[in-house]
Design a protein around this ligand. Sequence first.
Ligand SMILES: [Zn+2]
Length: 75
Amino acid sequence: MLCGAKLRGKESYCQKHGMLNGRCRLHGGLSPKNQDHWNYQGKGCTKAERQRSAETSASIKLLKQLVINLGMIES
Ligand SMILES: [Zn+2]
């Protein structure tokens, strides 16, 4: 779908492709989020994944501290 906004000072209309609401980026369109964004490269992670990795590293830290306290390895 084309944007179709009237260009200032010209008797023509915007020929850019519109976003979800029908207007292009310059004319009030919305930037798509996450996977729909044109710069999406499959990188990064979701909030849930970040939370899970934080919990995992916290438990690893705890286990390591436990092992050090038991004298099994040098700190
Ligand atoms: Zn436009």
